[in-house]
Write a protein that binds this ligand. Structure first.
Ligand code: 13P
Ligand code: SF4
Length: 302
């Protein structure tokens, strides 16, 4: 059986759409209806006309799709695809922090649970975090869970950002030393980093952006060589769209294990068995929806 063809056939038969994050394996990106960063995928999920969304990404992304489109059946082909950073903050922990800073608004990175989104004033992604924080009319902001993204935002706003001690284990693993060595080896290379990288790494970047921001930046650049400070999955489209350019990832094995758990076989099974259905408690969903919708009114930074 040609599994890719069979998946496409099942998608049509079941009136389903295949959404995939930029970190998914090449074979999945190849057959997806839409690939994108967290913001692009959220916008797409809110507009879907099909009955079912097959979400190839991690749990919080499928949950966000359901929050935006509760009348759709949202399927996550791999139920164990989580995000360790999202698990670093709980609603209870956040409520404790809010008690310490009464009246201070909470910005939560989309890499968080529905419960945490429900406890927050506004959501953000890597693509709009600076504009989201700027939109708040206060001199202090609580930012959860990514301390690195929060630190990145603090470079552009005249506000105190109260950080949570969360981080992405994959991006936080990039070191200044590695980047300096790569820059020395490839002096003509431009370094593009995701804002989940540590501040000392961001300091060395020529450009900082979301996963989809990398595509735009590289395409528009005349440079031929790039050091990429984000997960290897972006390599699929980078190579396809820029066959004449070279991409060197910040470290060997720059991979999110959770993003790589989804396979073609799992998508096939998801369509046949209609699994795993992602839902959110209605009270939580309505509160979380407010913080996501508020974000969607704010333009991208990149
Ligand atoms: P993007 O929103 O930039 O795609 O990032 C999501 C993510 O999980 C990065 O690690
Ligand atoms: Fe979460 Fe990091 Fe994986 Fe993104 S790369 S999904 S932040 S663990």
């Amino acid at each position: 059986m040609d599994i890719k063809k069979e998946i496409r056939r099942l998608l049509k038969e079941k009136d389903a759409v295949l959404l995939a994050h930029n970190y998914q394996i090449d074979d999945i990106q190849e057959i997806a209806d839409f690939t994108g960063d967290s913001l692009g995928l959220s916008i797409e999920a809110s507009k879907v006309k099909n009955k079912t969304i097959v979400f190839c990404g991690v749990h919080f992304m499928a949950e966000t799709a359901y929050i935006l489109s509760p009348d759709k059946k949202v399927l996550l082909p791999e139920i164990d695809a989580g995000c360790p950073m999202a698990d670093m903050v709980t609603a209870e922990g956040l409520r404790e922090m809010k008690k310490k800073y009464p009246g201070v608004p909470v910005v939560c990175y989309v890499n968080s649970s529905a419960e945490v989104k429900a406890e927050s004033d506004i959501c953000c992604t890597s693509a709009n975090a600076v504009n989201v924080v700027k939109s708040l009319d206060t001199d202090k902001v609580i930012f959860v869970p990514d301390k690195n993204l929060g630190h990145y935002v603090s470079r552009f706003v005249d506000k105190e950002i109260i950080l949570w001690e969360g981080y992405c284990p994959i991006h936080n693993r990039v070191t200044k030393k590695e980047i300096l060595e790569l820059k020395e080896k490839y002096p003509d290379a431009i370094f593009v980093a995701h804002p989940e990288c540590p501040p000392e790494v961001v300091d060395l970047a020529d450009h900082v952006c979301s996963t989809s921001g990398v595509y735009k930046y590289v395409k528009e650049s005349d440079n031929k060589r790039f050091i990429i400070g984000t997960e290897e999955g972006v390599g699929y489209r980078l190579k396809k769209e820029n066959p004449d350019k070279e991409f060197i990832f910040a470290y060997k094995g720059f991979q999110c294990k959770n993003m790589k758990k989804t396979t073609l076989k799992k998508i096939y099974d998801a369509l046949i068995k209609e699994q795993y259905v992602i839902t959110v408690d209605e009270v939580i969903r309505e509160k979380a929806l407010k913080s996501i919708k508020r974000m969607l009114d704010i333009p991208r930074n990149f």
